[in-house]
Design a protein around this ligand. Sequence first.
Ligand SMILES: [Zn+2]
Ligand SMILES: [Zn+2]
Length: 158
Amino acid sequence: MAEQMVSMTADQLQKLLEAVVVKMKEPTDAEKAQMEVERQALIRRQKEQAELARAQEQRSLIRRKNCPHHTVYNGKVFWKWGGQVHSDGLVHPVCNICHTEWPPFSAKLLPDEGKQGVGFETANPSKDQLTSLHKASFPKGCERARCFVCHPETANAA
Ligand SMILES: [Zn+2]
Ligand SMILES: [Zn+2]
């Protein structure tokens, strides 16, 4: 049989090579089935993680709503906020009873810009005062999607 010379342009050769590569890469039925199994497992894991996060969110919402964040002693209200100035220049108040982190506020709003500490013991700020401080620090609303002051619709979503 006489050998046939095949002549092709560089462009045709390129196309042929690409087609070969695609053919080689094409998974077998067994590989396809395995990939589908892995894909389903990934979807399942993502769903479980989302559900877990939602459940945690729900628990912390209930904890926050059920806690007065203060004690009453001899008719006087003692708010249970702790906190300090963080490296972001914000004070992150935390309730010592339910461990809710109240939305943070700028340390610049503290006397002496917080250099003497946050002074929660003496100032005894209520949760409404902390909320006002947060709003004063972020007049246009903060960027935390889960902030229950600025974004109650997402933060309180069940
Ligand atoms: Zn609390
Ligand atoms: Zn906020």
